[in-house]
Ligand binder design. Structure first.
Ligand code: DX5
Ligand code: ZN
Length: 215
């Protein structure tokens, strides 16, 4: 479970992070640069400010055209992993840079990016993030067509015995989480379904139960 703080109240982020802590494995931090995506969110200073409030893995999703310029700032701020988009290019260089900084590195693909674009890098990354919405905004509908790509990735990971997490992000709720898990995902990002609920902690617990029950 990787709750996305994008859907939390930015005026009370520390409280949101603390409240969700018991039901969180990772904390998903959505970073938007207003260029790769048509929206602006948060960056390293917020990661730094939240770091004392959580011991969880900080999973930073860099929706940025030039993520390489900021990797070091994220490490210094307390990020554990950074995920860059394959669509921005320079993937091999970004992977090397992230590794040299001691980061866990993820590679993300938009819903319309084919599996063959990420396939060559699977042996070199720690995580593959397959977007189930077009990045930029929370609260969008899950794109079920992406499940074919999730299954393809799962087959490839298992066939080659790769040590890789397979994460889905966008429109994940108690209905879609089991679908993604059945297709092969093992990390679920959820924003609205958790922080939009009256009790984010209960919502996260229910989401996990729904995902596990329907495997
Ligand atoms: C979308 C972000 C997602 C988003 C998910 O650009 O990458 O992480 O916060 O939000 P929900 O769960 O509301 O679709
Ligand atoms: Zn995200």
């Amino acid at each position: 479970m990787a709750p996305s703080i994008l859907a939390a109240d930015f005026g009370a982020l520390a409280q949101a992070v603390r409240e969700i802590d018991a039901e969180t494995d990772w904390l998903h931090v959505d970073v938007m640069d207003g260029h790769f995506v048509p929206n602006v969110s948060i960056g390293p200073p917020v990661v730094r400010s939240l770091r004392p409030y959580s011991t969880r893995f900080f999973d930073c999703h860099l929706m940025m055209s030039e993520p390489g310029r900021y990797l070091e700032a994220f490490v210094r701020a307390g990020a554990d992993g950074c995920t860059v988009h394959v669509e921005v290019g320079s993937t091999a260089t970004l992977i090397d840079e992230a590794k040299s900084l001691g980061l866990r590195i993820g590679l993300a693909a938009n819903p319309d990016t084919p599996f063959r674009q990420v396939a060559p890098f699977l042996g070199d990354v720690d995580l593959l993030l397959l977007m189930t919405v077009f990045p930029g905004f929370g609260g969008q509908n899950f794109i079920g067509d992406v499940m074919d790509k999730v299954s393809e990735a799962r087959r490839e990971i298992d066939a080659n015995d790769l040590d890789l997490d397979l994460e889905v992000d966008g429109g994940i709720d108690a209905t879609t989480a089991p679908i993604a898990v059945r297709a092969g995902a093992n990390v679920l990002v959820a924003g609205s379904a958790i922080f939009g609920a009256a009790s984010p902690r209960d919502a996260a617990r229910s989401l996990r139960e729904a995902a596990l029950a329907n495997r």
